[in-house]
Design a protein around this ligand. Structure first.
Ligand SMILES: N[C@@H](CCC(=O)N[C@@H](CS)C(=O)NCC(=O)O)C(=O)O
Length: 202
């Protein structure tokens, strides 16, 4: 299968999950500005939504939406414990986190990266993000990962999104539990390998 990605974008989350799961995959880089692949292929022809991540199975069918992709990947490698079994209360907790990260964090960062939003809109997004990240910091107290002691796909997503703070002057060191958590996730070999492959290692 192929993962269409852009360096440091939200596609880093399924990229980490592919490596944590030990599944075979090919990375295909997409420019989120031109919506083209390196060889000039129009990305809209692959994913009409135009955004990454997109996962393409070997028969050509494409799955989009990060939270759906990471859960499907986790279910391909159940022994890795990247998602609790479907139908359990623990799986519902995982989905609660994925939905929170996608709607309350990921999409609040979007205005901060876009020249289309004015300063007032950006300031409002910052206020929401500060509140949400402070709440995440509290939730992580006494836990190694979002679901407890076991790393899950929600951690791959939170790590990806919270790491964007460095690009938009949101200093996560003001939330020490969250900052320590991000270091813990960053230290995982699969995360290091994904960062290296995307050219993000410092
Ligand atoms: N709802 C989508 C959003 C994906 C998304 O926002 N992708 C961004 C990068 S983080 C992107 O590719 N933006 C370029 C564009 O929308 O044209 C998901 O959760 O997967």
């Amino acid at each position: 299968m192929k993962l269409y990605y852009s360096p440091a974008a939200c596609s880093l989350s399924p990229h980490i999950v592919l490596r944590e799961a030990g599944l075979p995959f090919e990375l295909v880089k997409v420019s989120t500005k031109t919506h083209q692949l390196a060889d000039g292929t129009d990305f809209f022809a692959i994913n009409p939504k135009g955004y990454v991540p997109a996962l393409q199975w070997d028969d050509g069918e494409v799955l989009t939406e990060g939270p759906a992709i990471v859960q499907w990947l986790a279910d391909q490698a159940p022994d890795k414990g990247l998602a609790p079994p479907a139908g359990t209360r623990e799986r519902a907790r995982l989905q609660e986190w994925l939905n929170f990260i996608t709607s309350e964090l990921h999409k609040q960062f979007t205005p901060l990266f876009s020249p289309a939003w004015d300063d007032k809109a950006k300031a409002a997004a910052r206020t929401v993000l500060d509140k949400r990240l402070a709440w995440v910091n509290e939730q992580l107290q006494g836990r190694d990962y979002l679901l407890g002691s076991q790393f899950s796909v929600a951690d791959a997503y939170l790590f990806t999104v919270a790491s964007w703070g460095q690009y938009v002057q949101i200093d996560v060191s003001q939330w020490p539990t969250l900052a320590a958590y991000l270091q813990r996730v960053a230290a995982r070999p699969a995360v290091q390998a994904a960062l290296e492959a995307e050219g993000l290692k410092k």
